[in-house]
Design a protein around this ligand. Structure first.
Ligand SMILES: Cc1cc2nc3c(=O)[nH]c(=O)nc-3n(C[C@H](O)[C@H](O)[C@H](O)COP(=O)(O)O)c2cc1C
Length: 188
């Protein structure tokens, strides 16, 4: 099984990453699982600007995806399970992860549109796991989980598992117990 871990954790002592490691120890340790790790902090990720968008549009029109620019989209498309670890920042996640997603969402590699204008599944992924940790609580209007669900719809990924550990930075909280409680939800 080809698995991809997208590490969007920024702090060295990231608790989100610790949870992801626990998830991988529990679910991805079989001899038939090949894990590819992508540490976004170590990547040179630039957002699309006018020039990069024009280039991408012409590559998509020509079906020319030979450039290293499309490495992230190819890695994404090949993975059968994808784990994304990202702390809850500013009611969302670090900008690095959004830029990675921009690089992944290439029409013709990660998905494509059918003649009826609806997305058609191209990627191999059947399960997306998202793990986040928050200093406080995701608000009642938080769109984070539905954002990931919507992306699964675009890619045709049938299963989303969304795990959150909340209230870690609240005075008097017991972060270790909270993290253990979240890990227990995925059996670790
Ligand atoms: C830049 C930044 C933005 C943050 N924004 C939020 C936020 O909007 N809501 C919240 O509850 N916690 C927020 N926090 C706290 C983090 O969610 C919390 O400390 C989290 O556990 C960090 O994960 P980590 O240990 O993996 O780095 C923020 C922290 C940072 C550094």
């Amino acid at each position: 099984m080809k698995a991809l871990f997208v590490d969007a954790c920024v702090r060295e002592q990231s608790r989100t990453r610790t949870l992801c490691e626990a998830y991988m120890r529990k679910h991805w340790m079989g001899p038939d699982t090949e894990i590819r790790r992508l540490e976004l902090c170590h990547e040179k990720l630039l957002p699309l600007n006018g020039e990069r968008l024009r280039q991408r549009d012409s590559d998509i029109a020509a079906g020319n995806f030979a450039s290293g620019e499309y490495r992230y989209a190819r890695e994404f498309a090949e993975a059968e399970e994808i784990l994304i670890g990202a702390p809850y920042w500013d009611c969302s996640f670090p900008a690095l992860l959004k830029i990675w997603l921009e690089r992944v969402c290439v029409n013709g590699i990660a998905f494509r549109y059918g003649e009826d204008g609806r997305p058609v599944k191209v990627c191999a992924c059947n399960k997306l796991i998202v793990i986040t940790t928050a200093g406080g609580y995701l608000g009642e209007h938080s769109s984070l989980e539905s954002y990931w669900r919507e992306l699964c719809g675009l890619f045709g990924i049938p299963e989303l598992r969304f795990y959150k550990a909340e209230g870690l930075d609240i005075q008097g909280s017991d972060p270790q117990a909270i993290l253990q409680g979240t890990a227990a939800l995925f059996g670790a």
